[in-house]
Design a protein around this ligand. Structure first.
Ligand code: SF4
Ligand code: SF4
Length: 350
């Protein structure tokens, strides 16, 4: 079941009331428990992160129910502490006594039921909390089409270990989607909430532009929630995550008939091939990262994080070796100076 509300402002009273409505409709009663909040804290660019008033509203509701609250993430850039600070979380975290939980310690787990990650490291909160509230941001994503609740849990892979999973998937987006689904199945959040009041379109997840989608939504079923939202924002076809979830029997194909066509929100613009351009045309194009050396501050974040070591210096400038590049777009996602452009080139000549 999906709950949603069309909301155009970050009004705390309204969001708290809707959070309570969501919990009641979904028959979730969490009282006097230890609860982990997992927002999207991807970067020190505050507009890329879950809005503080959404997290505050959810936290305040759960606090009123007598719960002890913790919060955390393992972002690609910055630290969760820094990203929360620049995003305006500090005041309410203190007021509501929400404690920062470390995501840098990992535990090795075996899950034979997973498709790709059968024996892997995951941040300890994934196994230490029975109640995890996944609070994602609605954003387009140059690699996976959209980032919603399933993709948000990639933050349970600690720090640079994320690079290993990009490398493991290589050019195969299906494998990457299956990795994300394995993580979702392992973490198994109690509830997924999407902050789509202001989201991101264009070159998401960090370099796009803010867009008002005016939607606040929740479900215990992240696949269904994500499929509903991607349809509402005009994604043509299905994202790779929804396709793989359907193949694995986690998203029923007949669910399409029950997804509400009545959620009327703004359609998102994106670099992703799947939105507006017919597939037979997009198959001729490829999006490649290009370093804008005028904007580049030579911090080497992209170079050090590239899973295939495709970024190198030539005459003092950074360049990409396209024969090595697997188009994971980590460089684009990690650069806080917007110095990694994404350019669509016909036939991807390297
Ligand atoms: S492109 Fe961005 S991340 Fe890479 S070195 Fe330059 S400023 Fe740093
Ligand atoms: S150059 Fe960028 S897109 Fe290519 S593999 Fe490296 S990090 Fe990924």
């Amino acid at each position: 079941m999906i709950c949603h509300k069309i909301i155009s402002t970050y009004d705390k009273k309204l969001l708290k009331r809707e959070t309570e409505n969501f919990f009641n409709k979904l028959k979730l009663n969490i009282r006097n428990e230890k609860v982990l909040l997992k927002p999207n804290l991807i970067s020190p660019k505050k507009y890329a992160n879950t809005h503080p008033v959404v997290v505050e509203s959810v936290a305040e509701f759960l606090k009123d129910c007598g719960n002890s609250l913790f919060i955390g993430d393992s972002p690609g850039v910055g630290t969760s502490k820094l990203n929360m600070k620049v995003s305006g979380y500090s005041g309410f975290l203190k007021r509501l006594d929400v404690k920062l939980y470390p995501f840098n310690k990992t535990v090795r787990i075996k899950r034979h039921e997973n498709k790709v990650l059968k024996n892997f490291n995951i941040s300890t909160p994934a196994v230490e909390f029975d109640n995890i509230i996944n609070i994602a941001k609605l954003k387009t994503h140059v690699m996976t089409g959209m980032t919603l609740s399933v993709k948000n849990l990639f933050g349970f892979i600690a720090g640079k270990e994320k690079v290993y999973y990009h490398l493991k998937a290589g050019h195969d987006l299906k494998i990457f989607a299956d990795i994300l689904i394995d993580i979702y199945e392992t973490v198994c959040p109690t509830l997924n909430i999407i902050d789509g009041i202001t989201g991101m379109e264009g070159n998401g997840p960090t370099s796009g532009t803010s867009a008002n989608f005016n939607i606040f939504a929740a479900s215990a079923n992240g696949y269904l929630l994500d499929r509903t939202i991607e349809k509402a924002v005009g994604f043509k076809g299905k994202t790779i995550i929804s396709k793989q979830a359907e193949k694995r029997g986690l998203l029923q194909s007949d669910i399409e008939n029950t997804i509400s066509e009545n959620i009327k929100i703004k359609h998102a613009k994106t670099m992703s091939a799947s939105f507006y351009i017919p597939k037979f045309i997009t198959s001729l194009f490829s999006v490649k990262p290009v370093i804008n050396n005028k904007l580049c501050r030579k911090c080497n974040k992209c170079k050090n994080s590239c899973p295939t070591q495709a970024i190198f210096y030539e005459s003092g400038n950074l360049k990409v070796d396209y024969s090595k590049c697997i188009k994971c777009y980590c460089c684009h996602e990690l650069c806080i100076y917007n110095a990694v452009d994404l350019k669509r080139k016909i036939f991807y000549i390297t």
